[in-house]
Design a protein around this ligand. Structure first.
Ligand code: ATP
Length: 443
């Protein structure tokens, strides 16, 4: 049976078409075969709707025949009339079909995606396209898209240019220690650990505000809840700054813009589904020097940073920093500044006393960003690189600063982590569209 060629109407638009004949396409969510009537629940990305087939109507016999031979999760194209019916729980409307076409047949599913409790996370990842059918997981994707949209909009409005830098690179970029090596014809190439060098090159090229949303690769053999070997970086860099304070200030505005968009569009749904409140922070976020933070963590929580992490943070320190931010500043965010230069990349600027001009941003107990004013002066940059023992690998990068480059700074946000924290999810495996870790390259 061939249906109509009319445009499809999605569930969230159906109420605008009451009394009309429409075409709907989606998944078959449930079939409730009663004595006198068959109720079929249909689903698309925007919601669910009931299709009602009366058994007493002779003309419905072929439709009932099709539905009796079809399993749930098959996809369907329905031509029918949208009718108001107060008794219908799903939005008070139903579709009365005149034509049904099964567009693909589903086999029995490997698990019930409506009840994921107890389903192993690896099984869920193996069948990600089924796991995603749970509305909770649809919401994760929608929220990620929404916060990206909000942040992008903010940057476009502020005259940023979106760039796309290569992910295949000829030299191990930042440290060389956690880079994936790939065979590139008869030589080696590497997968970019961040767009850092190329964002800066764009500024040397005369663009003064750039950003990129793209894949970042880290050959970190760690199995924490917040590390993936491939994730999406939301990176930006801008010129003519006075200090890294300007960078922090821009990041505050950017996050406020992204979170506001999410709260407006999905705030209630997030609360209902994840029990998490989307809190719009106010400027300025609290800032604390690393040394003072250590003291506070010691005094308040009896926590001392282990020797090997002095000058930096660790996971426990990040957790307690969130506690401190809430208790002392009534904030979910905290900027931590004055990291040891030895613990930071060579391209972060130091002042005349060697003090690092950079920061990390901690949100809800996890680092979401590293940012800094960058060293744009060729001679100083070469010196810093040399001190870190970086020679040939960064030679190409150093050239970017040889022919004039404005003072600048920027940061990189891990988008996956941002969404994980925003929704209060337990890990990055739950958050990423397709997780990549030391033991996972499929699907
Ligand atoms: P961490 O100390 O947590 O490993 P990092 O210092 O290596 O992070 P950066 O190189 O500054 O992180 O990267 C910028 C942001 O990217 C981080 O603040 C974090 O939000 C995110 N990020 C870093 N590594 C990963 C990873 N392996 N998986 C997911 N997100 C990450």
């Amino acid at each position: 049976m061939k249906g109509s060629n009319k445009m499809n109407i999605s569930v969230n638009e159906l109420n605008k078409h009451v009394g009309e004949e429409i075409v709907f396409q989606g998944f078959i969510d449930a079939i409730r075969d009663k004595k006198w009537v068959m109720f079929v629940i249909l689903r698309d990305a925007t919601g669910k709707v009931q299709m009602t087939i009366e058994k007493s109507e002779e003309a419905n016999a072929p439709l009932l025949e099709i539905m009796s031979n079809t399993k749930v999760e098959s996809t369907i194209k329905v031509t029918g009339k949208v009718v108001e019916n107060e008794a219908v729980k799903l939005g008070g409307i139903e579709i009365i079909p005149t034509n049904i076409e099964i567009t693909s047949n589903a086999e029995d599913l490997p698990f019930d995606f409506n009840n994921l409790d107890g389903v192993n996370i690896d099984t869920r990842m193996d069948y990600k396209w089924i796991d995603m059918r749970n509305p909770r997981n649809t919401l994760v994707r929608q929220v990620e898209s929404c916060i990206t949209e909000g942040m992008r909009e903010f940057l476009y409005k502020n005259n940023f240019t979106e760039i796309h830098s290569p992910k295949l690179i000829g030299a191990a970029s930042e440290s060389g220690s956690d880079v994936f090596e790939v065979k590139y014809f008869d030589r080696k190439a590497y997968l970019a650990q961040s767009p850092q060098f190329y964002k800066q090159m764009a500024l040397a090229g005369g663009l003064d505000k750039v950003f990129e949303v793209g894949p970042v690769f880290r050959a970190e053999n760690s199995n924490t809840n917040r590390h993936a070997t491939e994730f999406t970086g939301f990176d930006l860099e801008f010129a003519y700054i006075n200090s890294y304070e300007d960078v922090m200030s821009l990041e505050e505005d950017l996050l406020i813009a992204g979170l506001t968009k999410v709260k407006e569009r999905y705030g209630d749904k997030i609360k209902e589904v994840f029990g998490t409140e989307v809190v719009i922070p106010t400027k300025p976020f609290p800032r604390i020097k690393l040394k003072d933070l250590y003291q506070e963590l010691h005094d308040r929580y009896n926590f001392d940073i282990p020797k090997e992490d002095v000058g930096d943070m660790n996971a426990e320190a990040e957790k307690l920093t969130f506690k401190l931010a809430q208790e002392k500043y009534n904030s979910e965010f905290m900027f931590v500044v004055d990291y040891a230069a030895t613990k930071r990349p060579f391209y972060h600027m130091r002042d005349e006393n060697g003090k690092l001009q950079g920061y990390d941003l901690i949100w809800r107990g996890t680092e979401i960003t590293s940012g800094a004013q960058r060293e744009h002066r060729y001679v100083e940059l070469c010196k810093n690189a040399k001190e870190k023992g970086l020679g040939k690998d960064v030679e190409f990068y150093l050239q970017f600063f040889k022919y004039g480059c404005p003072p600048h700074g920027g940061f990189g946000i891990g988008l996956d982590r941002l969404v994980m924290l925003l929704l209060g999810l337990s890990g990055i495996k739950e958050t990423q569209f397709l997780f990549r870790g030391p033991n996972r390259l499929n699907p």
